[in-house]
Design a protein around this ligand. Structure first.
Ligand SMILES: [Zn+2]
Length: 331
């Protein structure tokens, strides 16, 4: 999986069809033309696409709205994305204010798609409330009297129990849409839930013996993941996804890592590691007293993906790779 495009420049790489949008031929093909009467399921981003593809099998067609741009930074929909949204029978989103809410792109997409049978499955809304984690705070806590909500951390798909619940929600919705294939949806879901259980058990077995438990994350994506596998997340480098931290913030991050002797810095494949993460790594290695032999561990939160890597195997294979990378980096 090679995807080094920085998030802000990635929209141009989304799809060759995006370039055709300005061409005189306005009758470009229907992206759902090959679905042959099967339910047309559009999923917002890579991780959820993989979960849905496991439920759908050959009985439904599943397409991914976002690939190389992640859901945090998604701007206006491309003509190709609008066509996908116009023709779908169901749009599956994570929710938890990732794509929904007043500022989320789903509202804008609904307007531009003008799909008469518009239907959204918000899988985050089906999760047990006490599984949800508090979101990252962008406020200054040193200012007195500022009462505010922290919101919800949306990265729930990185917890296996949440991913399983998402898979079950997708199964239930597909059975409603396409009852004649209910048995297939049930069977594939049951098989996939077992695989997810095995993934969790294997991950725990790999990380439980580690004495080091703290890692620094690149953006605030690993809370649910850490909770699942017993890792502690000492904050993140990019508090606002896609925006580099100020020098002051970097100094605070470095102090925090120094205090907790944090060595492992989780970086993400879609960001070049010579940015702020490299500054933190170099600072920790260069400490005059007790330098820390910090290392990068590439942990992919599955928010973006090359089109070619989409599919039923993606979620499990990337999660296993993430676990193996951390198992190697942590002591
Ligand atoms: Zn994220």
């Amino acid at each position: 999986m090679r995807r080094r495009d920085f998030l802000w420049t990635a929209p141009l790489a989304l799809s060759p069809l995006a370039f055709l949008a300005g061409c005189p031929n306005k009758n470009a093909s229907d992206p759902w033309a090959a679905s042959a009467g099967k339910p047309k399921i559009l999923v917002s981003f890579a991780a959820l696409h993989s979960l849905a593809a496991n439920v759908a099998g050959e009985d439904a067609q599943v397409k991914c709205l976002l690939t190389t741009t992640g859901p945090h930074t998604h701007g206006d929909a491309t003509p190709e994305q609008i066509k996908l949204a116009h023709g779908c029978d169901l749009l599956v989103i994570n929710g938890l204010l990732m794509e929904d809410g007043a500022d989320g792109f789903v509202n804008r997409l609904e307007k531009s798609a003008a799909n008469p049978k518009w239907k959204v499955l918000n899988v985050g809304s089906k999760l047990n409330e006490d599984w949800l984690r508090e979101g990252v705070c962008h406020h200054d806590h040193s200012k007195p009297g500022e009462d505010h909500e922290h919101g919800i951390d949306p990265h729930a798909w990185l917890s296996v129990r949440c991913a399983k619940k998402m898979v079950e929600s997708i199964r239930d919705e597909l059975k409603l849409l396409d009852p004649s294939h209910a048995e297939g949806y049930d069977n594939r879901t049951a098989a996939y839930l077992k695989k997810l259980d095995q993934l969790e058990a294997d991950g725990k077995a790999m990380l439980a013996p580690k004495e080091e438990k703290w890692i620094l994350s690149f953006h605030e994506s690993l809370g649910y993941f850490g909770e699942t596998y017993g890792l502690k997340i000492a904050g993140s480098i990019q508090v606002d996804p896609g925006r580099e931290p100020s020098n002051d913030t970097l100094q605070k991050i470095i102090k925090n890592c120094q205090r907790r002797k944090i060595r492992v810095i989780a970086v993400e494949p879609q960001f070049p590691s010579h940015t702020s993460a490299q500054v933190v790594l170099n600072a920790l290695r260069g400490l005059k007293e007790d330098p820390i032999d910090a290392v990068f561990a590439e942990v992919d939160p599955l928010e973006t993906c090359d089109e070619a890597d989409l599919g039923p195997l993606l979620y499990e294979s990337v999660m296993r790779k993430n676990l193996a990378v951390l198992a190697k980096a942590l002591r």
